[in-house]
Design a protein around this ligand. Structure first.
Ligand SMILES: C[S@@+](CC[C@H](N)C(=O)[O-])C[C@H]1O[C@@H](n2cnc3c(N)ncnc32)[C@H](O)[C@@H]1O
Length: 274
């Protein structure tokens, strides 16, 4: 076995890695994040057989854009998520769908802007299926920075432990249970998977290459990693991409307070585009 990666990073190397992460993804790595960087980049270095952080930094700086920088951001990003995380948001969605149906609308577009491994987009799709007739024209765009998370999302197979927050009836209706030697796994049904398109999109690089308009944007638990400059750019883009009367949903630990936006706060962590 080769040498293990070092367990401490020198300040200059940490600063440079933090600078690159911010430039590329808008993610702020302050001094409190040093242990996280050591652990996550260290894991990446182990895979590459690199012992010293400064050698990793050199590789990162010399690598083509689509190679090590992508892997480094995969390593740095936190992709924690859950089906029906912050369940109140999905109750709001069901209410909006009912109202929009009453208005006679049959075409709906949703965007999950930090979709991680796909649970959020699947949750949106289940609520849509439960509340709209099957002949409505619905598309869900689900994007993320992490190619690793997106690969999991596209595979659409989840461990039994991931299903704890999915109502039993939904598990039966929207997932196919597969048994293999390592246990039970749940595959998203083709009907649900067919509603969702996964793509890589970097929220820190504006303008985004799409036109919208969306009826609702779920941008939950990503802004916490950014500073106000990046948040403002992101919110301007959400404004451009939402239709008038559409909704922006952020994480419950996030807020638009203090940011110059034209959104109106209509419920905790829910904003309407007027
Ligand atoms: C904590 S997860 C949130 C997942 C989901 N929205 C939820 O609330 O459960 C944060 C996600 O933001 C993504 N992310 C971080 N920086 C990003 C960026 N610059 N562009 C796009 N996605 C980003 C990460 O890859 C990660 O999957």
């Amino acid at each position: 076995m080769g040498e293990q990666p070092e367990t401490e990073i020198d300040p200059a190397t940490f600063r440079r890695i933090a600078e690159i992460v911010y430039q590329k993804a808008g993610i702020v790595l302050n001094a409190q994040k040093e242990a996280l960087v050591v652990a996550r980049i260290g894991k990446r270095m182990r895979r590459l057989g690199i012992t010293h952080f400064r050698d990793y930094l050199r590789l990162l700086e010399e690598s083509p854009e689509h190679e090590e920088p992508v892997e480094m951001l995969n390593a740095i990003s936190t992709n924690v998520t859950q089906f029906f995380r912050e369940p109140k948001h999905f109750e709001h969605l069901a209410g909006w769908l009912a109202q929009w149906r009453q208005e006679g609308r049959t075409r709906f577009r949703f965007w999950c802007a930090a979709a991680a491994s796909g649970e959020e987009a699947c949750s949106v799709a289940m609520v849509v299926r439960e509340n709209l007739p099957a002949d409505c024209d619905v598309r869900i765009l689900a994007t993320d920075l992490s190619t690793r998370a997106l690969a999991e999302a596209r595979e659409g197979v989840y461990a039994a432990s991931d299903m704890k927050t999915v109502p039993e009836a939904f598990v039966r209706r929207y997932f196919v249970c597969e048994q293999n030697e390592s246990g039970r796994r749940y595959r998203v049904s083709p009907a649900l998977a067919g509603m969702i398109t996964f793509a890589r999109l970097n929220l820190a690089q504006t303008p985004y290459a799409m036109r919208g308009p969306f009826d609702a944007i779920f941008c939950r638990n990503a802004m916490i990693y950014f500073d106000d400059t990046v948040r403002r750019r992101l919110l301007d883009e959400c404004w451009r991409l939402l239709r008038s009367g559409g909704y922006l949903v952020v994480g419950s630990a996030e807020s638009l307070a203090g940011l110059p936006t034209g959104f109106r706060n209509v419920a905790p962590s829910v904003y309407a585009r007027l």
